[in-house]
Design a protein around this ligand. Structure first.
Ligand SMILES: C[S@@+](CC[C@H](N)C(=O)[O-])C[C@H]1O[C@@H](n2cnc3c(N)ncnc32)[C@H](O)[C@@H]1O
Length: 217
């Protein structure tokens, strides 16, 4: 198994591969050492959505990489000559010098040789300062506070080209899901897209906690 995805069950709401692991195996060092697969923070259906929307796109940005499973979905399906920019400061490691989450992510994403990957080890609000490239697909899955996700939308979406898309994670309520109305991304997408006055963005797909919007051409 390359990676483990979240599983929804109607009895216990959500089952994770992680929840069956001993605390020792949960440590990201174990993913890096190959003792367990890298752990996703999204479901199989959300993974499939990422794979579908990444197909053929050449300029892809992900904000919030963690152990790299969503990045794998994007890399394995992007244009073979494209570039995937992965933005994460990896600041949550208890041992910053060793930073096994970062190491596990680099190893997992590096297993695919498709396209080119550029790692940007910064917060998205710092990375934006030097950003100049047009974007075909933007995945927002970093800071989940309402303020943080709004800042990502306001700062990064202007770079998305007509026909390009933005995918929000943890942005919908759904059956047996983990989100609630207080989630920052839920509040933001409701405000931006559920009752739009005028917008050049339209909702093109919704799956579990993910919502996809497309910029009009
Ligand atoms: C929910 S996890 C990402 C999960 C991953 N996309 C997946 O589906 O497997 C959130 C990640 O965002 C990162 N993060 C938090 N704030 C950020 C920011 N402002 N910019 C970039 N990354 C951020 C954290 O370090 C963490 O690794």
């Amino acid at each position: 198994m390359k990676y483990a995805l979240l599983e929804l069950t109607h009895s216990s709401k959500i089952a994770t591969y992680q929840s069956d692991l001993s605390p020792f195996l949960r440590h990201p060092a174990c993913a890096w050492l190959g003792l367990r697969p890298v752990l996703a923070q999204h479901t199989a259906e959300e993974h499939a959505l990422l794979e579908r929307w990444a197909k053929g796109r050449s300029r892809i940005v992900e904000i919030g990489v963690a152990e790299g499973v969503s990045a794998i979905a994007l890399r394995e399906n992007m244009d073979a000559n494209g570039t995937l920019y992965l933005i994460d400061p990896f600041h949550l490691s208890r041992f910053p010098l060793l930073n096994f989450t970062k190491r596990a992510a680099h190893r997992a994403v590096g297993r695919s040789r498709r396209g080119r990957v550029i790692w940007i080890e910064q917060f998205s609000f710092d990375a934006i300062r030097a950003w100049k490239e047009p974007i075909d697909l933007l995945l927002i899955d970093g800071d989940h506070s309402e303020k943080g996700v709004r800042a990502d939308w306001e700062q990064w979406s202007p770079f998305v080209v007509p026909g390009g898309i933005v995918i929000f994670h943890d942005a919908r309520l759904f059956d047996a899901g983990w989100t609630n109305p207080d989630y920052g991304p839920v509040k933001l997408v409701d405000a931006l897209f559920r009752n739009p006055k005028t917008s050049d963005w339209k909702v093109v797909e919704e799956m579990h906690s993910m919502l996809v919007v497309e910029r009009s051409r």
